[in-house]
Write a protein that binds this ligand. Structure first.
Ligand code: ADP
Length: 490
């Protein structure tokens, strides 16, 4: 299942390190409306499965328009009191949620890995701490909004419809719910159909901290449920994270409505490595950039541009590092690359990899250990011989697949990096500070990481430009997206 690095002819394998915590998973989950778990009006449900085993984890209620309507009514009814609550009191609820998240972190991390397929090390060390951080951070803002937007009389928008994807299920819920609540809004959240469990367990924490009923409502289901959230006339804001295709559809659907909208969509982010970069550090960053969370990251550094004079050295170092990545059981603490979230996503990755080969790109798969027989797996791989016109250099793959290209001058690197419809993130690797600032300023991306990659913080705004969407999440910019401002410019 996992690779056993061979050193001096011996197989030095890690001892298995299975996660022992077992979360309490109910056999079925209702919708979370007005502070209670309720049956969906039409009585329909669907199953959520563990992508590492293919086994069912639970049955999940399938919400439809009538359920979304119930949720919006509950959110609207709760909105008056919640928005008028003293901001310091709102902050207390957010602090309580953050603390409960920390207390339940282990169980939620395991649940996240079981439902989504990501390695436990990631859900434990990244998703959960960041989710709690977002609630802590926004608790701090709740009573300081008039300082954040001085002279602008910040007011909540009302009921916010929030639709999230499957790559960071709990973290995305926290990113969206925490700022909305801090600003005095109420929420109807629609988790992704393949990863609803942690959001539903978050709802249990809301009950425990006695968050007033209706302030957050969670309606599970697939695309039609999401569409019902978007189309409900009671929504004052839609915040969506997901594919560019669905984002475009949402923009069309809302074109003639007076509604606030933020979209965080796909990406095909470039990582640019100059010859003067610290090579080992850059290799590690590139690995982080593309093979983190199986490449299920909208800002994954999926296009690597290496300065031509170091490409052989760089690719050799990358290959060596990649051979040590361990693919396998997400609940083993040694695992680097877990399961692909769904069979549909796996087929999409496989077909793009096949297309890359058909178009003449050279596939490098270093890790050849047997993969588990059940579940959805894809070995990390990279392509060389890639040109800008190749499909794998243009289309978002959302899997552990890297396309390597070269450049000769900084101008060429910038031009090639920007030559994509997307504009979510980028990475620059060099030891020259002036080059960092010069290049970063010319990259068309919402986020540019310098000598690092995939770093997130609640205080740091995240979001894209071009086909990667608009609006920011995190920091003061993220708050702005949940407020009406009057009487000034912010
Ligand atoms: P991905 O390709 O990352 O799965 P999607 O855009 O398909 O991204 O899904 C992201 C979220 O959007 C999920 O919660 C999904 O159920 C929801 N969704 C899918 N189709 C629609 C739609 N037409 N309107 C609103 N939400 C949708």
């Amino acid at each position: 299942m996992t690779s056993a690095p061979s050193i001096d002819g011996f197989n030095w394998d890690y001892a298995p390190a299975p996660e022992r915590t077992r979360p309490d998973i109910a056999s079925e989950y209702g919708l979370f409306i007005d502070g209670e778990f309720v049956e969906p009006v039409a009585g329909k449900s669907f199953k959520t499965v563990n992508p590492a085993t293919g086994r069912k984890l639970a049955m999940i209620a399938q919400g439809d328009e009538a359920d979304v309507d119930r949720a919006v009514k509950a959110a609207r009814a709760a909105g008056g009191r919640w928005s008028r609550l003293k901001p310091t009191e709102r902050a207390k609820y957010l602090f309580r949620i953050a603390r409960r998240l920390q207390e339940c972190a282990r169980e939620l991390a395991v649940l996240e890995s079981m439902d989504g397929g990501k390695p436990i090390r990631e859900s434990r060390d990244i998703d959960l701490p960041l989710a709690a951080q977002h609630f802590f951070y926004h608790a701090g803002w709740a009573d300081k909004l008039h300082w954040a937007f001085a002279g602008c009389q910040p007011k909540p928008l009302g009921v916010c419809g929030q639709i999230i994807p499957w790559n960071f299920p709990l973290l995305m819920a926290a990113w969206k719910i925490a700022p909305a609540l801090a600003c005095g809004n109420t929420v109807v959240l629609k988790p992704a159909e393949t990863t609803p469990l942690t959001a539903l367990h978050l709802a249990k924490l809301f009950q425990e901290v006695e968050l007033p009923p209706g302030v957050v409502n969670i309606v599970t289901g697939a695309g039609e449920t999401g569409a019902a959230v978007v189309e409900h006339p009671g929504m004052k804001k839609i915040a969506f994270t997901g594919s560019t295709q669905v984002g475009r559809h949402i923009m069309h659907a809302l074109a003639d409505r007076d509604i606030s909208l933020t979209l965080e969509l796909g990406g095909k982010s470039p990582n640019i490595v100059f010859a003067d970069a610290a090579i080992d550090q850059a290799v590690e960053g590139v690995v982080q950039g593309i093979w983190f969370n199986q490449g299920h990251v909208c800002c994954a550094g999926s296009r690597l541009f290496v300065e031509e004079c170091i490409v052989d050295e760089f690719v050799a170092a990358l290959r060596e590092r990649m051979a040590k990545l361990r693919v396998g059981d997400p609940l083993d603490k040694n695992t680097d690359i877990g399961a692909i979230n769904s069979t549909e996503q796996l087929s999409r990755i496989q077909s793009l990899v096949e297309q890359g080969q058909q178009e003449g790109c050279i596939l490098h798969e270093v890790n050849d250990e047997a993969l588990p027989r059940r579940g959805n797996w894809h070995r990390p791989c990279f392509f060389t011989g890639v040109e800008a016109a190749h499909t794998i250099a243009r289309e978002e793959i959302f899997g552990p697949v890297l396309a390597i290209m070269t450049f000769r001058t900084p101008e060429e690197a910038i031009r090639r990096a920007n030559s994509t419809p997307y504009g979510l993130a980028a990475g620059v690797w060099t030891d020259k500070g002036s080059k960092v600032f010069n290049i970063a300023a010319q990259l068309e991306a919402g986020v540019v990481w310098c000598n690092t990659y995939n770093r997130f913080d609640a205080a740091s705004p995240f979001g894209g430009c071009k086909a990667s969407g608009f609006g920011r999440e995190g920091g003061r910019h993220g708050l702005r997206a949940y407020l009406k401002l009057a009487g000034g410019v912010a």
